[in-house]
Structure formats: structure tokens, C-alpha cells
Design a protein around this ligand. Structure first.
Ligand code: FES
Length: 142
């Protein structure tokens, strides 16, 4: 069995940016229907730059670690730069993920895309974001 990297363990044990942002400029909630894990990501945008990002994840250790990493990665990035962040980039930043856990990083990318999509919608700008069909805003996290 493949092992988790030290970075994954660190972000799982002490995740960064946990919580929510009041009056967030974008909120994205995604779920994986197979494992049942749910991730919600909040972004605060100032002058086209992501000033803050927080998350709440009800999910496995890798989902928590990838949420933590993706929120770290987007802070200080422009919207366009954030849009280019892939699940591979998140997994790489964590020192890699076991193959069976790559879908957890996909959830992180989707949560980010969904939050960016919501940002465009809130601003009344046509969204260039392609959010996968399985993704919605309707999930609830307690
Ligand atoms: Fe599904 Fe990790 S097991 S997100």
C-alpha cells in the first residue's frame, strides 16, 4: 500500500485555513457521490486577487489535506491564476498522493472552480469556469 507523504500528514493533522468567510465573494460546495465526502471553499477577492480562502471539509484525510493545500495555494493569486490550478498541482504541492486518493485532489480543484464560478455569478459576469456536472451548490455541511 502506498504511504502518505509527510506533507499530507502535516496538512491532515494541522490543516490551514479551516473555517468560513462571512460575506465571501465566492462559495463552492462539491461532493463526491462515491465516497460521500463533501468540501466547501470560501474566497474573498480584492482587486481581482484572492485575499483570503477558507474551507470546511467533511471527508477523508486526503480531502482535508488537499483542501488545506488548495486554500494555501490560491491566496495571493489572481482569479486567472487560481483558475489554472489543477488537481495535479495540489497533489504535487503535497508531495504526491496515493493513486486511490487522487480523486480527493479532484474534489479540491472542483471546490475551487465552483467558488470561482460563484464569484463570477455574484458579480453578474458571465462565468468562464467549467464546473463538472456532478458539482452543485446545494450540498449542506453542518
Ligand atoms: Fe473521497 Fe477522499 S475518499 S475525497
Amino acid at each position: 500500500m502506498e504511504q502518505y507523504s509527510t506533507k499530507v500528514m502535516e496538512h491532515f493533522a494541522q490543516p490551514h485555513n479551516v473555517g468560513e468567510i462571512e460575506n465571501a465573494d465566492g462559495v463552492g460546495t462539491v461532493g463526491n457521490p462515491v465516497c460521500g465526502d463533501v468540501m466547501r471553499l470560501y474566497i474573498k477577492v480584492e482587486n481581482d486577487v484572492i485575499a483570503d480562502a477558507k474551507f470546511k471539509t467533511f471527508g477523508c484525510g486526503a480531502a482535508i489535506a488537499t483542501s488545506s493545500m488548495v486554500t494555501d495555494l490560491v491566496k495571493g493569486k489572481t482569479i486567472d491564476e487560481a483558475l489554472a490550478i489543477s488537481n495535479q498541482a495540489v497533489a504535487e504541492a503535497l508531495g504526491g498522493l496515493p493513486k486511490v486518493k487522487m480523486h480527493c485532489s479532484v474534489l479540491a480543484e472542483e471546490a475551487l472552480k465552483s467558488a470561482l464560478d460563484d464569484y463570477y455569478k455574484k458579480k453578474g459576469i458571465p462565468s468562464p469556469v467549467k464546473v463538472p456536472e456532478t458539482v452543485g451548490h446545494e450540498h449542506e455541511i453542518g
